[in-house]
Design a protein around this ligand. Structure first.
Ligand code: AMP
Ligand code: MG
Length: 480
């Protein structure tokens, strides 16, 4: 590994240095060797992956640290938060020379643990491991993970579960909530911290006439892109608190997420989300809300005499969020549909299709695959209101009639995954892993590695179908 320990160059108020606290009886869970290769792990590092991913081995080049941050959780100011169960154990260079954080989750209590035990359970570690892998393979910015370990140590949640650790990777662990913490508790750090964020993550903005505004614009753009991509694959994050979105337009912390199966935009996948704040259909507007909270923390960067103008400029940046989101989403939706983006009826026709998926409660992922494979009869057979379907199909075929359909079909193949991580798939892998069998984690890891390719040898019937309506859903909550 090649280290670039830059976070420790920040003011020491922003972190607390400490070593991980290993779990008893640590053992292998799953290792992502190709990611380790991308991160330039040596053969020796790879041979030691269990020790590294269980906090038993740390590096002399980097002193592990917990970061402090704050945040709004479920719309309420939550005050100081921080890495209460995770430690940054390295910042290393990948093959492209980009600095990547290694963050060990479940590594024991820190000064930011509040009432928590500093641990993570195997169930939630597997969910986070597979979600990061699935999103990355779908081409969506997300944290990733090199591997995870399990243990023989019990960790109390609703029941006693197995303690585990995840070695998460991300190009950035600076959350919107970092700025909220500085704003509230150490405003004197804001200028330098902002400057570092720009240098590290948006160096192209340094040359702009107004680097801070360029930075704000870039964060807004990337956040809009990520959320548009979530909407397109049917991903509901479940806990879009400001401490779970980072400033590079990516997310951290996957717990009670869900990929939509039957198309129910108002489905509440997170059972801790009593009001449905973070449903799939709310994600675009929650992205706006979170950005608004974040932009407010930048206001003190202006000199007093420039403050009003600066606020006005930031508001103008935020106004771009909605059109930017709609542009990414609209383009992506047309691609999924196999319709030309420039045609004036394409979007209307796409929404008609989504309307059918919603009213007929069809599987979001498989319906797009059927459309892509021109299996119109199969789609029609699943509809109760066939007239509605026929009207759609006529319109759809009319638009495609005078187009280069080979090109459109190719675009569809690149936009429509065969496989998403359905909650019941993750659940099966978890139940086996809790009994010491990681074969299902491995199978899902391989399957989700190439979601846009049909893999008949690897898939099972349950991977491509929603649970029958009479089977109870897997319940996921913030408990992790
Ligand atoms: P999360 O729900 O994982 O995004 O966590 C929200 C906040 O609670 C973060 O500051 C976490 O570090 C903290 N936290 C969550 N679970 C625990 C735990 N078991 N022990 C200590 N801190 C925790
Ligand atoms: Mg979090």
């Amino acid at each position: 590994m090649h280290f670039n320990p830059r976070y420790a160059s920040l003011d020491s108020k922003l972190y607390h240095q400490q070593q991980p606290t290993p779990l008893r009886g640590a053992k292998a869970g799953h290792f992502n060797e190709s990611l380790a290769d991308e991160l330039q792990w040596s053969e020796e590092d790879k041979a030691n992956w269990v020790e590294i991913c269980s906090g038993q081995k740390t590096f002399s080049e980097f002193t592990p640290l917990a970061m402090v941050y704050a945040g709004h959780q479920f719309g309420q100011w939550a005050g100081q938060l921080g890495d209460g169960r995770g430690l940054l154990i390295g910042q290393i260079l990948n093959q492209q020379g980009q600095t990547i954080d290694l963050h060990l989750k479940g590594a024991g209590a820190t000064p930011y643990s509040r009432m928590g035990d500093g641990r993570a359970v195997l169930r939630s570690v597997i969910r986070e491991y597979l979600a990061g892998h699935a999103l990355n393979a779908l081409g969506i910015a997300s944290s990733h993970a090199v591997g995870f370990t399990t243990s023989t140590q019990g960790v109390q949640r609703e029941t006693l579960e197995l303690g585990a650790m995840l070695l998460r990777t991300s190009e950035c662990h600076i959350r919107f909530g970092h700025f909220e913490w500085i704003n509230q508790y150490a405003p004197e750090l804001l200028p330098e911290f902002t400057q570092k964020c720009i240098e590290w993550h948006y160096p192209e903005c340094l040359n702009a006439e107004q680097p801070i505004l360029a930075f704000a614009q870039a964060v807004i753009d990337r956040t809009a892109l990520m959320i548009a991509q979530w909407q397109l694959v049917g991903f509901a994050h479940g806990v879009m608190n400001t401490d779970n979105l980072n400033i590079t337009g990516s997310t951290l912390d996957f717990g009670p997420y869900g990929f939509l199966e039957r198309f129910r935009p108002n489905w509440i996948n997170n059972h801790s989300d009593y009001q449905g704040r973070y449903t799939y259909q709310n994600q675009p507007s929650i992205g706006h809300w979170n950005l608004w909270k974040w932009l407010n923390t930048l206001i003190p960067l202006a000199k007093p005499e420039d403050k009003e103008q600066f606020k006005h400029d930031l508001a103008q940046c935020l106004e771009q969020y909605e059109p930017t989101f709609l542009q990414y989403y609209g383009q992506g939706l047309c691609k999924k549909m196999g319709l030309p983006n420039f045609h004036k009826d394409s979007l209307d026709c796409s929404f008609a299709f989504l309307g059918i998926l919603q009213s007929e409660q069809l599987d979001y992922t498989q319906s797009f695959i059927r459309l892509q494979q021109h299996e119109y009869k199969a789609l029609r057979d699943d509809c109760i209101d066939v007239q509605q379907f026929d009207n759609f199909l006529t319109r759809y075929q009319n638009i495609r009639q005078h187009q280069d359909t080979d090109e459109l079909d190719l675009a569809m193949q690149q936009a429509n995954p065969h496989y998403i991580l359905r909650n019941h798939m993750a659940q099966k892998a978890i139940e086996l892993a809790e009994r010491g069998d990681f074969s299902e984690v491995e199978r899902l890891f391989q399957l989700l590695n190439q979601p846009y390719q049909k893999q008949p040898d690897l898939e099972t019937e349950q991977d491509i179908a929603p649970l029958p309506s009479d089977v109870p859903e897997v319940v996921v909550s913030c408990s992790s």
